[in-house]
Structures are given as structure tokens and as C-alpha cells.
Design a protein around this ligand. Sequence first.
Ligand SMILES: Nc1ncnc2c1ncn2[C@@H]1O[C@H](COP(=O)(O)OP(=O)(O)O)[C@@H](O)[C@H]1O
Ligand SMILES: [Mg+2]
Length: 220
Amino acid sequence: MATCVLIDMGKVIAVANQKGGTGKTSCAVHLLHWCSQQGSTLLIDSDSQESSTRWLQGRDYNCQIERNPEDLFELAIEAAENYQYVIIDCPASLGEVTKAAIYCSELVLVPVQPGVLDVDSALSTFRHIKHAQKIRKDGTPQGLAFINRAIYGTRALNEAREYLQQHPHITLAKTVIYQRQLIQDAPASRSTAFTLPGATAKEVAKFYQSLFEEALPNNA
Ligand SMILES: Nc1ncnc2c1ncn2[C@@H]1O[C@H](COP(=O)(O)OP(=O)(O)O)[C@@H](O)[C@H]1O
Ligand SMILES: [Mg+2]
């Protein structure tokens, strides 16, 4: 597979984890809003469930569906010539689509829920990031795992943190996204925490902002 040249090009960012329900779409849609504040941004929905497309229906964001792995690869690379940020919301599998997304990305965000089974299932995603790093030889794609749906002070959170910190091909984000009902309610209002009113929305917006500033330190 061709190596992607990213000099003077936009950043391709995949949000991936083979497990469903870990928070990929929630992260991708919040990232779309955050990146759109910084520059032109396209979200590519590569999941057959089309959750992010439905979430963004009627909203003024750039969003495109692409589920063919070869077309996805080419679309993301070409889009990086025209957009400052290209975000790929991956499906819940490690099939060709997710692999194509990982191979054409500069950064892969991996949401992981606390719990042994969830952490274990994220390992295959890390493995693919490692393979892509070996082929690309320039340290990319950078893998940034983050803990999502955490409950403060729980043993599961501490154990997930300890375990993920030791992984050699992944950086664990300092930012933790805690479990908040507002995140679950956001798609119904076709909004994100960045635009919803109230104290919880502010708190959740801070979680995501802090995560994105860690992920894209030069763009904060
Ligand atoms: N931090 C969180 N707190 C509460 N609910 C969350 C959180 N992150 C995700 N969810 C909810 O969990 C479900 C799965 O999240 P989603 O982003 O669709 O995951 P994926 O795209 O990985 O399948 C959704 O109902 C979503 O609203
Ligand atoms: Mg999803």
C-alpha cells in the first residue's frame, strides 16, 4: 500500500477500535466540531451504521460516506489536499475499511472503555497501528488511546490506565472522558457538548477540548 505524503497537506485522523460502542462516533463528531473551528474539516463516515451521518443530518458540516476500503484510502489522501483536517469515523471491526483508515492516517485516536475485556479488545487495533508504523518508518500513524466512559475513582479506571500506559506503540492520553448522559443525548439534538447549554455540556466540552489539544498540540 502506498505511503501517504503529508507535507503541506491536511491531517488525516482516524478514530478506530474494533469493538462497538467504545465512543468512536462520539469522539469523531466532537472532533469534527472542534477542528471546524480551526480550519476546513471533512468527516468521512466509513461505518455501515452511518451513525455520524445521521447525527450530523441537517447540520452545516462537511460529511461524506465511504465504505469501500480502496476508495476510502484514496478519498482521505485526496481530501487532505483540500481540507486542513480529514476525520475518519471507523466501523466496529478490524476489516479492510479500518485498516485502510489506519494506513492513510497520521494520527489514530482509540477510545477504550475501562474493563479487562475492553482493554484486551483494543490490543488488535494497537497492533495494526504498530504494523502501519513499521511500514511507514516515520513514526506515523501516531496512536493515541484515551479512556472513555470512565467512572471517577473506580478500580476499572485505574487498572485500564496502568495497563494502557505500558503499551509500547500507543500513547495514553492524560485526558479521561467520563461517563455523562449528555454525550448519549447529544445525537438526538443533532448537537455536541460544544454547542449545548448547561454546566454538564461545559464540563463535557472541556473533556473533549483537553483531549483534542493533547492529540493536536500544534493546533490548539
Ligand atoms: N463518555 C460517555 N458517556 C456516556 N455515554 C457515552 C460516552 N461515550 C459514548 N457514549 C454512548 O455510548 C454509545 C456508543 O458510543 P458511540 O460513540 O456510538 O461508539 P462507537 O462509535 O464506538 O460504536 C452511544 O450511545 C453514546 O452516546
Ligand atoms: Mg460509531
